[in-house]
Design a protein around this ligand. Structure first.
Ligand code: AGP
Length: 624
C-alpha cells in the first residue's frame, strides 16, 4: 500500500532512502517524502506525485547531510495526494518525523484530544496524530522506542510506523500491527522497510518482525547485528520480542528491469522459469509428489471434508481454477470466496475444513482477515504465497511458496501462473494422500505439469500478432471476454488485466450466461475474446462455446478466439485466431492466460499508460 524506508549507518541517509523508495514506488506513488537527522536537528522534504517530483524538489532545496533518515511513498487513504498530506509528518516543534503504512482507525478522537492540548495539525491524514503523540510521549520518557510503545498502545487499526527524533540522531524506531515491516542488517548499517526490495542491493540479511512489535535500530558500534549497529525488538509493553532472522533468497538484479521497458514485460517473460521453479524440489525421482514443507500432517489432510479458497483479484481467479482441480482430482467439495466477502457471510467452517489463502504479497489485508476468521473457527489454513517472511504465511498453519521471484509490476502475471501450479500441487497431494488418485495417475499429471514450462515458452514466442491486434484496438471503448469451465476464470483475469492497465471497460462472462442478458451488449465491431476449452476434454463444452462464438458473430462482434492447435471447428468464426499448445483440460489456463497478459500490456502501452504503476492502484492492498 505504501513504501517505507528507514536507515541508520555510515552513508548518506538521503541517498540510501531515495534509492530504497525507488524500489518500493510500485507500492504507492501518490506522493513521497524524506526526513534526515543532521546537525542536532531534523530536516524534511515531501512532494505530491511520483518520486521524481521529490527528487526535483531536493535539487532546488537540498537537505543537510546526515546518516540517519526515513522516507515514504504513499498510496492515499485519508486525505488526497497533496504536499501537505505527504509523509513524513512532523510534530509542531519539528523534532519528530514519522511515516506510516495502514490506517489509524481511532485517529479522529486522538486528533480532537491533541487539538484540545494545543497541538496544531495541518494535514487531512490519520498519520499526523502519531507525530504529535510521539512528541508528547518522548518529552515524558526521553526515549524514542519507549515513546513508540506508549503511542502504539493508544492506536487502533493497521499500521507500520517508522520514526526518528532529533534528540536521538543514531536511532530509527519502527512498529507494526497487521502491516509489513522488515529489518535489514548490513555492515555497519541497518534498514527498516515495508519490503526487502528497499535494501536488497546492500544486504540480504533480514529480520522478520511479528505482530505488535517495536524495533529499534541504533548506530552504536557495540555488537548487536553487524559491527556498528544494534537491533532490539520488544512487544508494545517493552518485553523482549521474538524475531526470526533469514537470508533473502533472491538478489538485487531480480528486482531490476533487466533491459525490459517495464517490469511487467520482464515478469511475463519470466513465466516459464517461474513455473519450473515452483515445481523444483517437489517431485521425486520417481515422479511422485513430495510436499515435505506442507506442515499439515497427512492424517489431518485425510480428514478434510471441505476446502475453501480465499483470495482477491488475480489470486481469486487462480482460486476459481484451483476449485475445479480440487473437486476433479480429490472429489472433496471446494468453494472459492472473495476474501473481502468471506467472513461477512458467516461461513460454515470447522476442524475438517482446509482453507487455502492465496496471496502474492502475503500482506493483502482482506485475505489476512479472512484467514484469521477461518482459524478462529478451527479450520486449518494453508497459504499459497510468493513472499517469504510476509504476514499471511506467518499466520497460517502451513505455506506452499510459489517461486516466481519478486513481482514488481502492479499487474500480476508470473505470480498468477505459479499460484496455479501451487494449487494444482496441493490438489494432487490431497488426492495422493487420500487415495483419490493412484500413484501412477498423480505421476501422469505431474509429468504434464513438468512440460508446461516449455509450452509457456512456446506461447511467448508467438505473441507478435497479439501485440499488433492490441495496438489496432487501442481506440476501442470496451472489450468483452468469454470462457467456460477453466476458461471462465481466465476470461475474468483477461478483463481484469485490461481494466487495471488500459483503464478501459472490460468484462468477463461465463459464456453460457451470454444469452441471459449480456448478449444485449453485442454490437457491430465490438471486440470479444473467447477462451475455447480443449475439444479433447469435455467435447460438449467445446461445442457449446463454438455456438456462443457463432451467436455473437452473427450480431456483429469482432471475435478474438484463443484455441488450441488443431482445433479447426473455431476457424470459420474467428476474426482473429490465437493458437495455444494442446494441454490437459485443467492445465490450459497456464497457456491461455499468457496471450491475455500480452494483449493488455500492449494495449495499455499503445494508450501511453504507465504499465508498471497503473493509476489509483498499488501492488499490495494492506487496508480492508
Ligand atoms: C492483479 O493484477 C492485481 N494486482 C490485484 O488484483 C492482486 O491480484 C490482488 O490485490 C491480490 O494481491 P495478493 O496476491 O498480493 O494478495
Amino acid at each position: 500500500m505504501c513504501g517505507i524506508v528507514g536507515y541508520v549507518g555510515g552513508q548518506s541517509a538521503l541517498d540510501v532512502v531515495i534509492a530504497g523508495l525507488k524500489r518500493l514506488e510500485y507500492r504507492g506513488y501518490d506522493s513521497s517524502g524524506v526526513a534526515v537527522l543532521a546537525d542536532g536537528g531534523l530536516a524534511a522534504a515531501k512532494k505530491a506525485g511520483k518520486l521524481v517530483n521529490l527528487e526535483k524538489e531536493l535539487v532546488g532545496r537540498p537537505l543537510p547531510a546526515g546518516a540517519t533518515g526515513i522516507g515514504h511513498t504513499r498510496w492515499a487513504t485519508h486525505g488526497g495526494p497533496t504536499d501537505a498530506n505527504a509523509h513524513p509528518h512532523l510534530d509542531n516543534a519539528g523534532r519528530v518525523a514519522v511515516v506510516h503504512n495502514g490506517i489509524i482507525e481511532n485517529f479522529a478522537g486522538l486528533r480532537a484530544e491533541l487539538a484540545e492540548r494545543g497541538h496544531e495539525l495541518g494535514s487531512e491524514t490519520d498519520t499526523e496524530v502519531v507525530a504529535h503523540l510521539l512528541a508528547e510521549s518522548f518529552s515524558s520518557c526521553g526515549d524514542l522506542a519507549e515513546a513508540m510503545r506508549l503511542v502504539c498502545r493508544q492506536l487502533d487499526g493497521a499500521f507500520t510506523l517508522v520514526a526518528v527524533h532529533a534528540d536521538e540522531p543514531d536511532v530509527v524506531v519502527g512498529a507494526r500491527r497487521n502491516s509489513p515491516l522488515v529489518v535489514g542488517v548490513g555492515e555497519g548499517e541497518a534498514f527498516l522497510a515495508s519490503d526487502v526490495a528497499a535494501f536488497i542491493s546492500r544486504t540480504r540479511s533480514a529480520i522478520e518482525l511479528g505482530q505488535d512489535q517495536v524495533v529499534e535500530v541504533r548506530r552504536d558500534g557495540e555488537g548487536g547485528g553487524a559491527a556498528g549497529v544494534s537491533v532490539s525488538v520488544t512487544d508494545f509493553y517493552g518485553a523482549p520480542g521474538e524475531a526470526r532472522s533469514y537470508r533473502i533468497d533472491w538478489d538485487a538484479s531480480a528486482a531490476e528491469k533487466g533491459g525490459y521497458d517495464y517490469f511487467m514485460l520482464k515478469e511475463i517473460a519470466e513465466q516459464p522459469k517461474a513455473v519450473a521453479d515452483t515445481l523444483l524440489g517437489r517431485i521425486d525421482a520417481g515422479g511422485a509428489l513430495r510436499l515435505d514443507e506442507l506442515r499439515i500432517p497427512d492424517s489431518v489432510l485425510r480428514e478434510v471434508d471441505k476446502v475453501v479458497v480465499v483470495a482477491c483479484g488475480t489470486a481469486f481467479h487462480a482460486g476459481m481454477i484451483a476449485k475445479l482441480a480440487v473437486e476433479h482430482w480429490t472429489r472433496i467439495p471446494c468453494e472459492t470466496e472473495l476474501a473481502s466477502e468471506f467472513r461477512y457471510r458467516d461461513p460454515i467452517l470447522d476442524a475438517r475444513t482446509l482453507v487455502i489463502a492465496i496471496s502474492q504479497s502475503g500482506e493483502t489485508m482482506d485475505t489476512l482477515m479472512a484467514l484469521r476468521h477461518a482459524r478462529e473457527q478451527g479450520a486449518k489454513v494453508l497459504a499459497v504465497c510468493n513472499t517469504n517472511g510476509s504476514t499471511i504465511p506467518r499466520e497460517s498453519d502451513a505455506v506452499l511458496y510459489t517461486h516466481a521471484g519478486p513481482e514488481i509490476a502492479v499487474a500480476s502475471t508470473k505470480a498468477f501462473l505459479t499460484q496455479l501450479v501451487a494449487c494444482y500441487l496441493v490438489a494432487l497431494y490431497l488426492a495422493q494422500v487420500r487415495g483419490a488418485k493412484w500413484g501412477d495417475e498423480v505421476r501422469d499429471v505431474v509429468r504434464e505439469l513438468s512440460e508446461i514450462s516449455g509450452e509457456v515458452e512456446r506461447v511467448l514466442e508467438t505473441m507478435e500478432p497479439v501485440r499488433e491486434l492490441a495496438r489496432s484496438l487501442a481506440g476501442k471503448r470496451t472489450v468483452l471476454f468469454l470462457g467456460r469451465h477453466v476458461g471462465y476464470p481466465v476470461a475474468l483475469e483477461g478483463a481484469l488485466k485490461l481494466k487495471e492497465l488500459a483503464y478501459m471497460h472490460a468484462e468477463g462472462f461465463a459464456a453460457g450466461e451470454l444469452k441471459h442478458g449480456p448478449i444485449a451488449l453485442i454490437e457491430d465491431g465490438l471486440p470479444v475474446v473467447v477462451v475455447v476449452p480443449s475439444p479433447r476434454g469435455r467435447s460438449v463444452l467445446h461445442d457449446k462455446i463454438v455456438s456462443n462464438i457463432q451467436e455473437i458473430r452473427a450480431r456483429g462482434a469482432r471475435t478474438i478466439v484463443i484455441a488450441e492447435e488443431g482445433d479447426e471447428a473455431v476457424v470459420p468464426y474467428a476474426d482473429h485466431l490465437i493458437r495455444i499448445p494442446a494441454t490437459p483440460t485443467l492445465l490450459q489456463p497456464l497457456v491461455s492466460t499468457v496471450p491475455l497478459q500480452v494483449f493488455a500490456c500492449e494495449l495499455a502501452t499503445a494508450r501511453g499508460n504507465e504499465v508498471d504503476q497503473p493509476r489509483n492502484l498499488a501492488k499490495s492492498v494492506t487496508v480492508e
